[in-house]
Design a protein. Structure first.
Length: 341
């Protein structure tokens, strides 16, 4: 098993390089960029078209000025050289400086990290601690009224994307009924609260609707995966043999079928680490949650390449670490696994 994990760790570096090279090349080859964005903003804010263009329609900035801007943003270098410069800084934990806010990317991500960690952690724990017992109970009570009714709700939730549910929830519960706020991570009066209970209440009041959107898809997938795998194991010969030898049904389920049914859940465990960082940028946009997802969306729209690359680098690292954790979880859940044998 040790040799397997060492082999997987050795694959982390080339995989990470491949992901970052691809994204870096895309950001440099797509039309538009920070210079074009700056020129467009100047034209929009200028006093008429003459602020940016001459009478003939050409740019008011000279070629030397454009060259200086490209040099300032590091766009005057070939793609491979620019990537090497970015990678050299990344080794030193320097993600560069935002071309939109002119702030260090590391600080921008660190400011929004608590928001993403809150929603990611809540989504992770609620999904696993509810979906596994629910899937277990649905499998044991297969065909009952509870199983049929809950399956209908689960399939509806799985069919609806989280951002669509978010629009429906805001329209109904925030706009018409006014039970919940329209968005935001906390209220405007959050800093004025003196007690922890008041702050926690305000935070949860703002978090209920976004959490429903975060949970609805992953929760449905985990629940049905748990139920289907448990039912498959319940129909296996070793379960029937254990019951035929006198072992009570529920004991046979808990001791034998349950552990084998957790193997697919364990393989999905590590990938859930991405929720701790990125969440869903569409949900954050809808609810105006200033997390890393919203930061990534705005960075893509504004061609803020250093922020985009910083988020991609962190996500790539989290994904690879998550895959290794998934392998560890599978090894713990399935004693038959002998990696590298």
């Amino acid at each position: 098993m040790l040799s397997y994990f060492l082999h997987r760790m050795a694959l982390v570096i080339p995989t990470f390089l491949g992901i970052t090279v691809l994204i870096f090349a895309i950001t440099r080859l797509v039309p538009g960029g920070p210079v074009e964005r700056m020129l467009a903003n100047m034209q929009f804010q200028g006093d008429g078209a003459s602020a940016m263009t001459t009478a003939g329609g050409s740019s008011a900035l000279s070629d030397d000025q454009l060259a200086q801007l490209n040099a300032f943003y590091g766009l005057d270098k070939p793609v491979h050289q620019a990537y090497w410069d970015w990678l050299s800084k990344l080794v030193q934990l320097d993600l560069g400086e935002s071309t939109r806010y002119y702030e260090p990317v590391t600080e921008m991500i660190a400011e929004r990290l608590p928001v993403s960690l809150f929603y990611g952690g809540m989504t992770f724990f609620i999904s696993y601690f509810i979906s596994i017992p629910l899937g277990y109970y649905k499998a044991v009570k297969h065909g009952s009224a509870f199983d049929s009714g809950s399956s209908i709700l689960i399939f509806i939730g799985y069919a609806l994307p989280g951002y669509v549910v978010g629009v429906l929830l805001i329209t109904l519960f925030s706009y018409h009924l006014e039970w919940f706020p329209m968005g935001g991570f906390v209220g405007d009066d959050f800093e004025d609260y003196e007690t922890f209970a008041e702050k926690a209440s305000d935070l949860l009041w703002h978090a209920i609707l976004p959490l429903i959107c975060y949970l609805i898809g992953d929760f449905a997938t985990l629940t049905m995966t748990m139920k289907n795998n448990l039912m498959e194991n319940l129909s296996s010969d070793y379960i029937r043999t254990a019951i035929a030898k006198g072992l009570p049904f529920r004991t046979a389920v808990r001791r034998h079928a349950l552990r084998n049914s957790l193997i697919p859940i364990a393989s999905h465990f590590g990938n859930s680490l991405l929720f701790f960082m990125t969440g869903s940028f569409l949900i954050e946009v809808i609810f105006n949650i200033d997390g890393i997802g919203l930061l990534g969306y705005e960075s893509i729209m504004q061609r803020d390449y250093p922020v985009v690359m910083g988020i991609v680098a962190i996500n790539a690292a989290m994904l690879m670490v998550g895959n290794i954790l998934s392998d560890i979880c599978v090894a713990l859940a399935d004693p038959r696994v002998r990696f590298g044998a």
